[in-house]
Design a protein around this ligand. Structure first.
Ligand SMILES: [Zn+2]
Length: 127
């Protein structure tokens, strides 16, 4: 299990960081709304990298595989503590309830002209 985690977690972190790079930049002009989705993916990548660090330490110490479970639990606890910042992805339109596509869930930010209505589908944004 440790070897599997050490093999998979770097690829997962790279995938998350690639998604992060496709999102809106954190630095922005003063009138633009901030990008909570990009901050959330950055935090998730940090959690994955922290878990990878824990797995590498455990592998280096030749710890048994089950010792990865407390590391996973600690990572999940950190994610739970950060849920206010991580739970910014909505799967359905806030206005009409239509299901959003994966690209819209990950990359679509609120309309700049109306920041009080985030995560609306393109049809609601046109109205
Ligand atoms: Zn809608």
């Amino acid at each position: 299990m440790l070897e599997g985690a050490v093999a998979v977690l770097p690829m997962l972190a790279i995938a998350i960081l690639l998604i992060n790079m496709g999102q809106r930049p954190l630095t922005r002009p003063p009138n633009e709304p901030r990008s909570p989705k990009r901050a959330a993916t950055l935090m998730v990548a940090g959690l994955v990298l922290a878990l990878l660090g824990g797995a590498l330490v455990l592998q280096r110490l030749r710890a048994p595989d089950w010792t990865l479970l407390p590391a996973i639990a600690a990572t999940m606890a950190a994610g739970w503590a950060l849920r206010r910042y991580l739970a910014v992805f909505r799967s359905h339109c806030r206005n009409c309830g239509a299901r959003l596509s994966l690209v819209e869930i990950l990359f679509r930010e609120q309309a700049a002209e109306d920041p009080t209505q985030p995560d609306r589908c393109p049809a609601c944004d046109r109205q």
